[in-house]
Design a protein. Structure first.
Length: 162
């Protein structure tokens, strides 16, 4: 692929960009097109990962908070626990995603392993920390909410960059 060119065409202009050196001997690289300067660079803008992390956490909180509400949690303490537990677990998950801890095709395995740990951690944390509902309701909530957010994530993964 050395010397390969990328052709860019839009309604406004068209141009070609050479692939950056070293792209052909790497796996799963992110290239960023600077449309104005008509250049293609290896890597990503500094703000990309923080924005994607915020989107993933926000979507997770949205899905899981709707289920939390549907399970009848209303007390201020329960909601504080909800946000604290989810910000910790989702922060940890996104750290793993962003750190590249699992590479060379193993990121899916790492993602499922991390999700399993989150299922267990939240199934323990909610019954211990919330007093509004019976313990089995808290465990059931944690399992249902995490399953729902995992399924939503799997449905959205092809539409949102990771």
């Amino acid at each position: 692929l050395d010397g390969a060119l990328i052709r860019v065409e839009s309604g406004e202009k068209s141009f070609t960009c050479p692939l950056p050196d070293g792209v052909s001997n790497r796996y799963n690289q992110l290239l960023t097109l600077d449309y104005e300067s008509e250049t293609l660079v290896l890597g990503q803008r500094w703000w990309r990962q923080p924005v994607l992390t915020a989107v993933r956490i926000t979507l997770t909180l949205l899905v899981e908070s709707l289920i939390f509400f549907a399970f009848g949690f209303r007390s201020k303490r329960s909601w504080i626990v909800f946000f604290a537990v989810n910000l910790i677990t989702q922060g940890w998950l996104n750290y793993i995603i962003n750190s590249g801890a699992f590479t060379n095709g193993y990121w899916v395995l790492g993602l499922y392993l991390a999700e399993f740990v989150i299922f267990i951690a939240e199934s323990i944390a909610f019954p211990v920390a919330t007093k509004e509902k019976k313990k089995w309701i808290c465990v059931l909530y944690a399992l249902v909410a995490n399953a729902a957010s995992l399924i939503a994530g799997l449905l959205l993964i092809n539409h949102l960059p990771i």
